[in-house]
Design a protein around this ligand. Structure first.
Ligand code: GRF
Length: 228
């Protein structure tokens, strides 16, 4: 999705033999973040998008919760921020069509779910098939669904972590792109483990987005091949 175009300063009048500078402009991939709460993953993605070598930018932030802290933060950052009410827009198809309109209006190429507490329906899935990611706070396929960190602690695993995966119709079941392991310590509580995992989530999500816009992800059945 990187595009090259040539620009640069015009040659001075009357001196056409001068060589003029050719600048390479990189078009950044356009990301929408869907969230329902705190929005720390959104903010990490946003911060990473500000780096000079980033290949993506945030085109829109959409929330199903009016009071979501992440939405408020997106507004503070002057990003395109939208609340879409699932209560007012029923059935789900109508709600998702409104989201789709926003995504299309903002030329969104990749949708990133980040603490979005809804199962994505057919309307959004079919429009963004292979172009929608999610992050989960456990090493999938272990501990899908809610409270992945607590499930891991309760089960007594010694290692947990986080996973970025493509979204499919199931709950946290899509093809896995990247995972990062995090040690579970003897004295961990749900909070301490969640905090350590979250730190890794904040790095992992942007890595996956970068790979996506480098066109390096290829889905082959359940596997995601990352080309070098
Ligand atoms: C994260 O732990 C993410 O893995 C899960 O929901 C949480 C969202 O946190 N899907 P935040 O809103 O990004 O801070």
């Amino acid at each position: 999705m990187w595009e090259q175009s040539c620009g640069g300063s015009s040659p001075p009048f009357g001196n056409l033999s001068d060589t003029f500078e050719v600048k390479v402009m990189k078009k950044r991939g356009r990301v929408a973040v869907l969230l329902s709460g705190r929005g720390s993953n959104f903010e990490a993605i946003y911060q990473n998008s500000l780096k000079p070598d980033a290949n993506f930018e945030i085109a829109a932030v959409i929330s199903d919760k009016k009071e979501a802290r992440g939405l408020e933060r997106a507004r503070e950052l002057n990003l395109n921020a939208f609340f879409v009410s699932p209560k007012k827009l029923k059935p789900k198809e109508v709600y998702e069509k409104r989201i789709l309109e926003i995504l299309q209006e903002h030329q969104v190429e990749l949708v990133c779910l980040a603490g979005y507490m809804r199962i994505v329906g057919e309307t959004l899935l079919s429009a963004y098939e292979g172009r929608m990611l999610n992050i989960h706070p456990a090493l999938l396929p272990s501990f899908p669904g809610l409270h992945g960190q607590k499930q891991a602690l309760d089960h007594g695993v010694k290692v947990s972590g986080c996973t970025v995966h493509f979204v499919d119709a199931g709950v946290d079941t899509g093809p896995i792109i990247l995972q990062k392991a995090v040690e579970v310590k003897e004295d961990d509580s749900e909070e301490t483990l969640s905090q350590r995992i979250l730190k890794e989530e904040h790095k992992l999500y942007s890595k996956a987005i970068t790979l996506f816009f480098e066109n390096r992800l290829q889905i082959q059945g359940r596997r995601v091949i990352i080309s070098t």
